[in-house]
Ligand binder design. Structure first.
Ligand code: ZN
Length: 261
């Protein structure tokens, strides 16, 4: 029952994420106007806007003009539903889940927009840093007094380390090659990841993103005949690394330290 609710609530959120993914890069408002067909401008009524189901029932077409709607809409909805279900199983229902889900949704939005436009909008990452601060304040307030300073410190250090590392990498890369390899969007994204996960989580994220990125990047490079320039945006890899760190980070870091010591 609770699992079904997580799926449905997640999918409904995914429906909103679709709007955000479509409108944020265009600098449009994510709340107004109501969802409409981009071809015939027909406002989509609620019964045609039920996550995943409506897309299947309408066979992926607008009821007004028959224009096909991208398969990405139901995919994002289903993915968001599965994400909330998975996170609820991991974190249980509570304030922590709300923050984890917010973080995961931000990463999902960043991934699609970066793939489409090669940009990571400040309107996702900067509010994320503020929401992570709220999480730190909530944690500091509810935690026992002896650790009251720790969540805030973790937020501040994580944000600085996350933003700082990529800034240094970008600066070094530009100095060495005379080309710009990484944008300011990546720097702010990693700052947001650090704000949520702390400096350990952000280092793990960077490590995982580099691993995933190298494997996929080498594959793409071979397929394209050895172009060494960054052929795919780094944001999606950072987002993937951050998701893994969010869910399994503590376990991975403990395992790593135990094999090291
Ligand atoms: Zn239409």
């Amino acid at each position: 029952m609770l699992d079904g609710m997580a799926l449905a609530l997640g999918a409904a959120t995914g429906s909103f994420l679709n709007v955000a993914i479509h409108r944020l890069p265009r600098g449009e408002s994510v709340v107004a106007p109501r969802s409409h067909c981009t071809t015939c401008q027909r406002v989509i009524p609620w019964y045609d806007n039920i996550p995943v189901l409506s897309w299947i029932l309408l066979r992926g077409r607008c009821r007004g003009c028959g224009e096909p709607f991208s398969i990405r809409y139901p995919i994002v909805e289903a993915l968001t539903g599965v994400m909330l279900l998975g996170l609820s199983l991991q974190f249980g229902w509570g304030i922590g889940l709300a923050f984890a889900f917010y973080f995961a949704c931000s990463l999902l939005v960043v991934t699609w927009i970066d793939l489409d436009y090669r940009i990571i909008p400040d309107r996702v990452t900067l509010p994320g840093i503020v929401v992570a601060l709220a999480l730190a304040l909530v944690s500091a307030w509810s935690a026992p007094p002896e650790v009251r300073w720790a969540p805030l410190q973790s937020w501040a250090v994580g944000t600085l380390v996350g933003g700082g590392i990529l800034w240094l990498v970008a600066w070094g890369y530009a100095l060495a090659t005379g080309r710009e390899g990484m944008g300011g969007g990546d720097i702010k994204l990693l700052a947001m990841i650090g704000a949520f996960l702390g400096w350990q989580g952000v280092l793990l994220t960077l490590l995982l993103a580099s691993l995933i990125g190298s494997v996929i990047g080498v594959g793409v490079m071979l397929a394209r005949g050895g172009d060494t320039r960054l052929a795919i945006p780094f944001g999606p890899f950072l987002a993937m690394g951050a998701m893994v760190s969010l869910v399994w980070g503590d376990g991975i870091i403990r395992w790593y330290l135990s094999t090291l010591l």
